[in-house]
Design a protein around this ligand. Structure first.
Ligand code: THU
Length: 139
């Protein structure tokens, strides 16, 4: 069981679901929303933002992290990612690394579906085992 209480978990899932509605995904038509819970208990959310120059688009998790950093947040306690797909959606490899900068291995990552229903739970450490992090820059 996660150390995050149920109301907070549901609020995070709801924020990811709401952010998905504002995603800009005209090319893939695969809208994603993400929300992160910071060290102050605040929730920051965002959607994927695609671009006509396809590789220049970015993921929902990146938007949520940028919103957190812009608001002064520096630690991620929990993550929710929302998409509608047959299989629950987990962060892409690049976003796992971006999350690693701000989150510990035991950080829960919830895969959320339609109507903010939580479909799967992982930890960042399970999604990015033996990942490279800021601590490793120390000689
Ligand atoms: N995408 C995300 O925003 N987050 C993920 O975890 C997986 C993929 C976006 C990137 C692209 O805009 C669209 O989904 C299709 O890959």
């Amino acid at each position: 069981m996660s150390r995050i209480d149920e109301p907070t978990r549901n609020a995070l899932a709801a924020a990811a679901w709401a952010a998905r509605a504002q995603a800009y995904a005209p090319y893939s038509r695969f809208a994603v929303g993400a929300a992160v819970l910071d060290e102050q208990g605040r929730i920051h959310a965002g959607g994927n933002v695609e671009n006509a120059a396809y590789p220049q688009g970015w993921c929902a998790e990146t938007s949520a992290l940028a919103a957190m950093v812009g608001a002064g947040g520096r630690r991620v306690q929990a993550v929710a990612v929302c998409a509608e797909s047959a299989r629950p959606v987990t962060p892409c490899g690049g976003c796992r690394q971006k999350l690693r900068e701000f989150a510990a291995d035991d950080c829960p990552v919830w895969a959320v579906g339609r109507d903010a229903v939580i479909r799967a739970v992982h930890t960042l450490g399970a999604l990015l085992p033996a990942g490279f992090g800021p601590d490793q820059l120390t000689p």
